[in-house]
Design a protein around this ligand. Structure first.
Ligand code: ADP
Ligand code: MG
Length: 252
């Protein structure tokens, strides 16, 4: 069953067609990758799904609901979480605090209740903490939980960025280049986590990634994008063997 459905999406920036009549659908429970050279439009697709950008044309549905009716913060409420190609964390807050921000969408209590510190607030606070502690355990972030983001190595910040998205308890996780800048060992960890996110947590993953080794090992389906348009789609092996893809990469 398809969870996310994009049909005939187009977006231009001035003279640049960043996304060109693109259609794709991501099935519930799969790991789906978008690959392509720099400037192909991969991050723009994420920005369209998360409603940071308004498409010129096309339809975007999540579980049959029209995403174009929603603002960016409401997309998060539907259960879509994302990471950013350039890590976006609060540098002067701790790992724990950043992950608690990821829980924001679940807050149901009112300001008055929070001021009075009603029992409901305490219960909710405990639920948030428990969810965040689970993410900290899952991603082996215990040694860093009370450390400031600014002082952490890049590889750890990349994991916290994943944690922030996971903490919101999404149905669909959008990962923009989860392995970029990571060492071979860190990339291997990322690979296990993506696998477990799908298999143990049952979260559907849509990712953009350059590392074809990672893509081949964790993804069910791949879409190759060039100049905003679909070049090929299929299993990682099918896409890598596609003449259009080989030509685009060799010709580049
Ligand atoms: P990718 O993630 O595949 O490297 P992007 O989606 O970031 O590519 O960019 C696709 C194209 O759209 C590029 O030509 C880029 O310069 C352009 N682009 C992306 N975002 C903007 C923007 N906010 N304003 C103008 N041009 C943009
Ligand atoms: Mg990008």
């Amino acid at each position: 069953m398809s969870l996310l459905e994009i049909k005939d999406a187009t977006l231009k920036f001035g003279g640049v067609v960043a996304v060109n009549n693109l259609s794709l659908s991501v099935n519930e429970g799969e790991v789906y990758a978008i690959v392509g050279p720099n400037g192909a439009g991969k991050s723009t697709v994420f920005n369209l799904i998360s409603r940071f950008y308004q498409p010129f044309s096309g339809s975007f549905t999540f579980e049959g609901q029209n995403l174009l009716d929603r603002a960016a913060d409401q997309v998060a409420d539907l259960g879509i979480a994302r990471t950013f190609q350039n890590i976006e964390l609060f540098d002067h807050a701790t790992v724990l605090q950043n992950l608690l921000v990821g829980r924001h969408r679940h807050r149901k209590t009112s300001l008055v209740e929070e001021l009075l510190f009603a029992p409901r607030v305490r219960r909710e606070e405990m639920a948030h903490r428990a969810a965040v502690e689970e993410v900290i355990d899952f991603l082996d972030l215990q040694p860093y939980r009370n450390k400031m983001i600014a002082g952490l190595p890049y590889g750890v910040r990349k994991v916290v960025e994943l944690g922030r998205a996971l903490a919101s308890g999404p149905r669909l996780l959008l990962l923009d280049e989860p392995a970029s800048g990571l060492s071979v060992e860190e990339t291997q960890d990322m690979r296990w986590w993506i696998d477990d996110i799908r298999k143990q947590m049952g979260i559907t993953v849509l990712m953009v990634e350059h590392d074809m080794g990672l893509v081949s090992s964790v993804c069910d389906r791949v879409l190759a994008l060039a100049d905003g348009a679909k070049l090929a789609e299929g299993t990682p092996a099918q896409v890598q063997a596609s003449p259009a893809v080989i030509e685009a990469y060799l010709g580049a």
